[in-house]
Write a protein that binds this ligand. Structure first.
Ligand code: SF4
Length: 157
């Protein structure tokens, strides 16, 4: 029996991490194309890259949380720093807010986001070099906005 797609119930416009749609917007200048998402019938994928929208270049230095995950960033109790120690918290917040604005403007209530990213991670992120349970800055803000989130494996937050 063919495996059922975890995205089968989705229809209409869905916010999608742009790198999952094959857009080369990751920190290393590559994409993380997930063909299964591109092939979901009946959805209109709306690509967003919060880190680019926050003003960061591509390619860019990889960045990590210090002091907590996206929730702690939004409440002002943690920082995002890149591998050279530069504080990029402001860019991450700006990109998250711009992404939330896109969703609001288009009336989008669902998103598929790239796991493990400090912006887009829905369940797992890196804090001070260790992979832990937590959310990216954008994911946290979108969830606070009432959106329903999934990662690229179809796991619902
Ligand atoms: S995970 Fe999110 S922020 Fe990172 S490249 Fe993909 S869309 Fe951009």
């Amino acid at each position: 029996m063919p495996r059922q797609s975890p995205f089968g119930h989705l229809t209409g416009p869905v916010l999608v991490s742009a790198c999952l749609l094959g857009i080369a917007c990751r920190y290393d200048g590559q994409s993380k194309h997930c063909p299964e998402i591109t092939r979901i019938p009946g959805i209109i994928p709306i690509p967003v890259c919060p880190e680019q929208m926050g003003g960061l270049p591509t390619p860019r230095n990889p960045a990590y949380f210090v002091g907590g995950d996206g929730a702690a960033i939004v409440s002002g109790h943690a920082r995002v720093v890149d591998c050279e120690g530069r504080d990029v918290t402001g860019c991450f917040l700006k990109g998250a807010q711009a992404t939330a604005k896109v969703a609001e403007l288009l009336g989008i209530t669902r998103a598929i986001l790239k796991e493990r990213s400090p912006s887009c991670g829905t369940r797992l992120v890196t804090v001070e070099g260790t992979l832990v349970e937590g959310m990216g800055v954008t994911s946290y803000l979108l969830r606070e906005q009432g959106m329903s989130l999934m990662n690229e494996n179809g796991e619902v937050l």
